[in-house]
Design a binder for this molecule. Structure first.
Ligand code: 13P
Length: 280
């Protein structure tokens, strides 16, 4: 099947009333593990590049990321989508589109709403001309470490969401309903009622960010109430780090060249379990 537009996978999720899972990937190991775990469970999946993992951490640039995703995706039979995660920079979005990303997130959620709408519209007009769709964010999914998920002022308002989607032209919308990025200090409580209200107000696929550490029962409820894309990063990358530590502490005759296959095995076990939530 190889690479397909993210929009095609979102449409499948809408039709099945479930969510595709989008994982933050940083290198060949993570890209390989996500695509092959999806193949093993027979479900579509999304791989995402978070721009700062390139610009700040220097893991991989959009061109290298896209080449690896295209290469690995061509070896599996399930649909794989390639998405650019939180981006604030118009030029970087253009760079990702040129590299082959079929969906880009423009995150104007920290801006005043009219500015968020205007900037998103500008990105949509250019992206759509290349057949690329745009995810926007309304309300603000902050950081768990700052306890921002409990600030109700930052939550997405159902009556504003439909107007935002209409005027910005975005294809999908990330909503703030009680999740936050990073590890939670306390168990989060998603506002499912608010989500259902937002879902009733618009046909656009809704996106849940800050997926690490949300209990499965809440996710199951969210997935049947409008969430069609679910982002996971921190817990996946933490598992990478933990596995690296565990591997080097217990070499048992192995050395560095044995690490990727070992790591991929551990990551795929986690990913396949996580993908059980996706009811394709
Ligand atoms: P976590 O890192 O909290 O899982 O969130 C990932 C995310 O939302 C990426 O956009």
């Amino acid at each position: 099947m190889s690479l397909v537009p993210v929009k095609d996978i979102l449409d499948m999720a809408v039709e099945k009333n479930t969510s595709v899972i989008a994982f933050n990937a940083i290198d060949y190991n993570t890209i390989y593990s996500v695509c092959h775990a999806a193949e093993n469970v027979g479900k579509p999946v999304l791989v995402m590049l978070y721009p700062e993992h390139h610009t700040l951490n220097r893991w991989i640039d959009p061109e290298g990321f896209a080449a690896a995703v295209k290469d690995v995706a061509s070896t599996v039979s399930v649909p794989i989508g390639m998405h650019l995660d939180h981006c604030y920079d118009f030029n970087y979005i253009i760079r990702a589109i040129r590299a082959g990303f079929s969906c880009v997130m423009y995150d104007g959620s920290s801006l005043p709403i009219e500015e968020n709408i205007a900037n998103t519209r500008k990105v949509v007009d250019v992206a759509n001309a290349f057949g690329v769709t745009v995810e926007a964010e309304l309300g603000h999914v902050g950081f768990a470490a700052a306890s921002e998920q409990s600030n109700l002022d930052l939550y997405t308002k159902p009556d504003v969401a439909a107007d935002f989607i209409e005027r910005s032209g975005c294809t999908s919308l990330a909503v703030a309903i009680g999740s936050a990025h990073g590890f939670y200090k306390e168990t989060p409580h998603l506002q499912i009622e608010r989500l259902a209200e937002i879902n009733a107000a618009t046909d656009a696929p809704l996106v849940l960010h800050g997926g690490s550490g949300i209990p499965n029962d809440q996710l199951e409820e969210a997935f049947v109430n409008g969430i069609n894309k679910f982002n996971v990063g921190t817990e996946f990358l933490q598992l990478y780090l933990d596995t690296m530590g565990e591997f080097t502490r217990n070499l048992n005759g192995r050395w560095m060249l044995d690490f990727p296959t070992y790591l991929q095995g551990v990551l795929m076990e986690y990913l396949e379990k996580k993908m059980e939530l996706s009811k394709f």
